[in-house]
Design a protein around this ligand. Structure first.
Ligand code: C2O
Ligand code: CU
Length: 464
């Protein structure tokens, strides 16, 4: 029996692409038995939190005792373990959004794992193959549970990353609160049938426009995750040179300035920001979309300039995602549309009681105890091209679990060959996404505007 050292493993995982995941899933890394990590305890709680100038908000949900869910740190290629302990009335699970985990760790109730009821726990264990910014959230009753707070950021570190002077992690989300600071109806059906119901209070790390200090003249790595249930952002940085270095956990092939870059729920932005040289100078991260632009967070330059240069930053290591063989790929057509049915559909896991949306004309009922057949069955190891078309007048962040795709082309814009798990498809856009089906199991594909997901725009691929 070969005992794998970490270094060999990283090599072989890289060489084998995502096959490494399968191996990890099968638990064949006997050499690691001793290194089994202590599980991180993620315990759900219902708390009061200060989200507005007014009274604290009741029934805010979090992992931990107080404040926002912790930033969960993992290391690329090293085993990670977490125990979800449920201490709220609603049953729950954790989905590790964007992390390519073995299927049984994916956190989708019914399709994959049982609900975790109050007082129960569930153990998650996997080895993240990719470095980058990801996030975690429940996958049942998602509108209420994530809408009330259960969204946290994941940072998967890579020791080979270029050297930054500081790192800022930002969890972007809204809250639907009334004037008294308490939760109001999480959605309105007529909005669910359009672009979704927006929150009334906008936060970064549960704060209104927080400020973080960073060394003057230094290079900041800013990681932002959009964990809101509805809002699409358009990002801009003012007061400093900034470059997009990664999106959705994967390095971008060519860096670019975030000039009103649009990203939707579920997506992640990584920026390199070169702080100004003058002490006290302010840099702002803004959302410039729509009629109410907002400063999301600011950075303040502190100390004497450390005089770094953007050009010092070497490339981020590419993640070991298997190459798509386009010449040999089968095509899968996905048409996103509205549905005229408007009937209540029964789904147990947080059905909203309506269906407004469809994939290939079917308004899917979501995560039910008796899931319908998959949207498509994919052969393990084969390449696919997903031809996805948006026939609606709204944008949809379409998210695939368990595997990363590569953006091949779009009918409406120049696209970089980004590797991602979420694609924000615009009205009337047709896009081609390349996928190597290398992770066996049932993998959800859904819009991450949760009201859309829960009213028909969700389904799954089966990889066998
Ligand atoms: Cu963020 Cu189905 O997930
Ligand atoms: Cu949508």
């Amino acid at each position: 029996m070969t005992i794998l050292t970490r270094r060999n493993l990283l090599k072989s995982a890289a060489a084998a692409g995502a096959a490494g995941i399968g191996l990890a899933a099968a638990g064949r890394f006997v050499g690691w038995a001793a290194a089994k990590p202590e599980p991180l305890i993620l315990k759900t709680a219902s708390i009061e939190a200060k989200l507005t100038d007014g009274a604290p908000t009741k029934n805010v949900l979090t992992y931990g005792e107080a404040g926002p869910p912790p930033v969960v740190r993992m290391k690329k290629g090293e085993p990670f373990a977490a125990r979800l302990v449920n201490d709220i009335d609603d049953p729950t699970t954790i989905h590790w959004h964007g992390v390519r985990v073995p299927n049984k760790m994916d956190g989708v109730p019914f399709l994959i794992q049982p609900y975790v009821y109050r007082g129960d726990h569930f153990d998650y264990a996997f080895t993240p193959p990719d470095a980058g910014t990801f996030w975690y959230h429940p996958h049942c009753d998602t509108l209420i549970q994530t809408g009330h707070g259960l969204t946290g950021v994941i940072v998967v570190e890579n020791p080979n990353d270029p050297k930054f002077d500081s790192e800022v992690v930002i969890n972007l989300r809204d809250w639907r609160l009334g004037d008294d600071g308490q939760f109001i109806e999480q959605f309105r059906p007529r909005d669910a049938a359009r672009s979704g119901t927006f929150g009334t209070v906008r936060t970064a790390n549960w704060l209104d426009q927080p400020q973080y200090d960073a060394p003057a003249g230094g290079l900041v790595r800013l990681r932002a995750a959009i964990t809101d249930v509805t809002r699409i952002y358009a990002f801009r940085v003012e007061g400093a040179e900034a470059a997009v270095i990664a999106l959705d956990g994967n390095p971008v092939p060519q860096r670019f300035a975030p000039d009103a870059l649009q990203l939707g729920p579920g997506q992640r932005l990584e920026l390199a920001i070169r702080m100004p040289d003058e002490e006290g100078a302010i840099v702002s991260l803004r959302d410039v979309r729509g009629t109410k632009p907002k400063i999301l967070a600011t950075l303040r330059a502190v100390g004497n300039s450390v005089k770094r240069d953007m050009r010092d930053l070497g490339p981020l290591e590419v993640n070991p995602v298997a190459e798509v063989d386009v010449t040999d790929a089968k095509h899968i057509s996905l048409a996103l549309s509205a549905t005229a049915e408007n009937l209540p559909s029964d789904g147990i896991c947080g059905s909203l009681g309506y269906s407004f949306w469809a994939i290939n004309k079917v308004p899917w009922s979501g995560d039910t105890p008796d899931p319908t057949a998959p949207l498509a069955e994919l052969k393990l190891g084969k390449s696919y091209v997903i031809d996805m078309e948006n026939l609606t007048p709204h944008s949809h962040p379409i998210h695939l679990h368990g595997m990363s795709f590569k953006v091949l082309s779009s009918s409406t814009r120049q696209v970089q060959p980004l590797v991602s798990d979420t694609y924000l498809i615009q009205p009337n856009e047709k896009v081609q996404l390349g996928l190597a089906a290398d992770n066996p199991g049932d993998w959800l594909l859904h819009c991450h505007i949760i009201e859309h997901q829960k009213t028909g725009m969700t389904s799954y691929f089966r990889v066998v």
